[in-house]
Design a protein around this ligand. Structure first.
Ligand code: FEO
Length: 170
């Protein structure tokens, strides 16, 4: 049975993951308005990933005899000065997520909750990928800054992204 402390912390993380989804959905709207459908697609996939993360925590609480709850979550910012600013914001947000996941792992360790540690291990690996993918796009955007053709090529690349739930979790 999960402890009340860890349950409360995971419920806060569920709210944070849902607020992440809203942040990326708002970024999708920004890119749609900028006529960059590939960037918009990338953000839509990110939105779906964040909902998947929220569901993964939600299901874990239900499976371990905990009580999942929907807490209040933050609103999302709807405008950005440039694609680069949007992706820098996304990376900053992911760095906060990484730090929160690390604190959840510290708590699970303090409580000797081995099942929670195994569940959180997936998120630790996932955050390495989340930060790496946003960071790579930032570096590409920095290279093409001011070059409209480069931006459109990057838009075509990001249009290829699809949401694929990890094996065994669909
Ligand atoms: Fe759910 Fe992007 O971390």
């Amino acid at each position: 049975m999960i402890s009340q402390t860890l349950q409360d912390a995971i419920n806060e993380q569920i709210a944070f993951e849902i607020s992440s989804a809203l942040i990326y959905k708002a970024m999708q709207a920004y890119f749609e308005a900028e006529d960059l459908p590939g960037f918009a697609n990338w953000m839509d996939v990110q939105y779906q990933e964040e909902l998947f993360h929220a569901n993964k925590f939600f299901d874990y609480l239900c499976e371990t005899g905990g009580r999942a709850a929907m807490l209040a979550f933050e609103g999302a910012r709807n405008d950005y000065a440039s694609p680069l600013e949007a992706f820098r914001t996304a990376l900053g947000h992911e760095q906060i997520v990484t730090s929160r996941i690390g604190k959840l792992m510290d708590l699970a360790r303090e409580e000797n909750d081995h099942a929670a540690q195994i569940m959180l291990q997936w998120f630790i690996t996932e955050q390495v990928e989340e930060e790496a993918s946003a960071g790579l796009i930032i570096r590409k955007l920095e290279r093409v800054e001011g070059d409209g053709r480069g931006l459109l090529m990057l838009d075509q690349e990001l249009a290829q992204r699809i949401f694929t739930p990890p094996a065994g979790t669909a």
